[in-house]
Design a protein around this ligand. Structure first.
Ligand SMILES: *Cc1c(COP(=O)(O)O)cnc(C)c1O
Length: 345
């Protein structure tokens, strides 16, 4: 039996009276159009396999970003797209670079596929040091904005990294890009080695539907298709396909939920700072916070006792931080109220 060390996702408690701010799910429901589109698929066509090339959704996403459908790859959540990318583009013996503090699935995939990697330390204030990613031997991957820090690199900085890695695949994981950043999709026509990966799980409220995608040059997409078709031709089911397409058609709803979250984040950041927290500058639907006087793990436990779940990472450099997803205004009001109560005691 293979002894891989698996990724540990945030807790998914079953009780309904809890406030769940620990896995960066969207607090708002998916667009009503998505629910309608999925319901319309609940019929006898489910006996048939879904279309393996997912052409209609690739077209929809291609049109949305102004790229050709052959520059789009669809997967069962972006985690699957990431896994296929590690298989397709990285080679044993040539270390991949990613930050020391980042999405914890990267080292898991690297060891699962027996790839070497080196971590690049974030700066003292948790920024990604762009020159740390120059001249990689085996390729580069990081989220922009980074997780769990929430900090964002500008497209100029991304472009500098691309210029210094002309022959290596550079993957930008944009799971949180819709909460205030600018997508690197704009750069794919100039950089054939750039792959941008996004998901419907966060900004489109569809973590339960499992749809992610990659956008890049045709040779990269071709590489991903080779892996997919050697693994599972039907990664996306009929319901997911219908729901995903409907989500891209309801642009108004999408913009509205994203801006609600960004506004709530701004308000919560200010309130947290007033309580004595240091809050990293976030371009995501979560904040990464630390308190001068109050132990993070203890705070995590005390919030949990009040049925409020946030994420604590018992890891070097960040073990005095908590990652708190942005919920609805009501949820954040209760979070702030309990926090004040705990800090006041
Ligand atoms: C949530 C997240 C993902 C995974 O998203 P799925 O599409 O739900 O698999 C990928 N990368 C980062 C950085 C994330 O935070």
């Amino acid at each position: 039996m293979k002894k891989t060390v698996p990724y540990v996702p945030g807790e998914q408690p079953l009780s309904s009276d809890i406030i769940k701010l620990n896995t960066n799910e969207n607090p708002y429901p998916p667009s009503p159009d998505v629910i309608k589109a999925i319901s319309q698929q609940l019929n006898d066509t489910l006996r048939k396999y879904p279309p393996p090339s997912v052409e209609s959704l690739r077209k929809t996403i291609g049109n949305y970003y102004g790229v050709h459908q052959d520059q789009v790859f669809i997967g069962n959540g972006s985690d699957e797209v990431l896994a296929f990318s590690f298989m397709a583009f990285f080679d044993p013996g040539k270390p991949i670079l990613f930050p020391d503090i980042t999405y914890s699935f990267y080292p898991v995939y690297a060891s699962l596929f027996q790839l070497d990697y080196q971590t690049v330390p974030l700066t003292k204030n948790f920024s990604i040091p762009e020159d740390g990613f120059y001249h990689s031997e085996g390729g580069v991957i990081f989220p922009n904005p980074n997780a769990p820090t929430g900090k964002y690199l500008s497209l100029d900085q991304i472009e500098n990294i691309l210029k210094h890695n002309p022959d290596q695949v550079v993957i930008i994981d944009e799971a949180y890009i819709d909460f205030g950043g600018e997508s690197a999709v704009r750069l794919i026509d100039r950089y054939e080695q750039l792959l941008v990966i996004q998901t419907l799980s966060k900004s489109r409220s569809l973590a339960g539907l499992r749809v992610g995608y990659a956008i890049g040059s045709q040779p990269l997409i071709e590489g991903l298709n080779r892996i997919k078709n050697s693994f599972n031709s039907y990664t996306i089911d009929r319901l997911a396909l219908a729901g995903a397409e409907a989500s891209f058609r309801d642009e108004y709803y999408f913009q509205e939920t994203c801006s609600k979250i960004v506004n709530t984040r701004k308000r919560v950041v200010q309130e947290l700072e007033e309580l004595g927290f240091d809050v990293l500058n976030s371009k995501t639907n979560f904040v990464f916070i630390t308190h001068q006087k109050y132990d993070a793990e203890k705070l995590y436990q005390e919030l949990k006792a009040k049925h409020i779940f946030v994420r604590y990472f018992n890891q070097p450099r960040i073990n005095q931080y908590l990652r708190v997803s942005i919920g609805t205004d009501e949820e954040m009001n209760r979070f702030m109220k309990e926090l004040k109560h705990i800090l006041g005691n």
